[in-house]
Design a binder for this molecule. Sequence first.
Ligand SMILES: [Zn+2]
Length: 216
Amino acid sequence: MAHGKLYDISVSLGDESITFPGDTPYQRTMVQTLEDGDDCNLSEITMSAHAGTHMDAPYHFFNDGETIDRFPVEKFILPARVVSIQNDVAIAPAELKNVNVQPGEAILFKTRNSTNGLIESGVFYEDFVYLGEKGADWCVHKGVGLVGIDYVSIEKFSSKAFTVHRKILGGGIPVLEGINLKSVPPGRYTLYCFPLKVGGGDGAPVRAVLNAFPRP
Ligand SMILES: [Zn+2]
């Protein structure tokens, strides 16, 4: 299959991934090693379903929402638009006025979270750039196919109501969190983002890749 330049926008689980306060920390432990005379190298992984680069399913906030294993696979391969955000607090409609996103297209926000390296630092920062409530309304109104952000959460840290998660997931739109867009120029791509098929899952880790296929 012909393709353009590929960008792996996933963070590495371990050194690069961030534990959201209250979540189970990612941990990988060797249970067998060749060095110790075992048959193979074999590890055990303990983690939150929302560790590193991952997808949120509607069930994350809605009991009757779709779970990650039931989400249509068509949602995992999408035309995508990477948009550069200058606001260093929140993503708001003022900066999105000229973004001509098409219905069904994924919108991925590139903020200082990735340009400053916060997303791959392995350390949690409270003051990450988040999607504001009006920005969330804009995404729903445009009928985007997926919303992606370069931090482990899309929501303002202190939020107790989780309004942005509810608006987006309530619209049946999956959320892709924890993508690293540092080396990705703004523009149009094809997004591949397949979450693990976790039965009944509220979310799952994803290996996310952007394909910059050639355009005339
Ligand atoms: Zn999540």
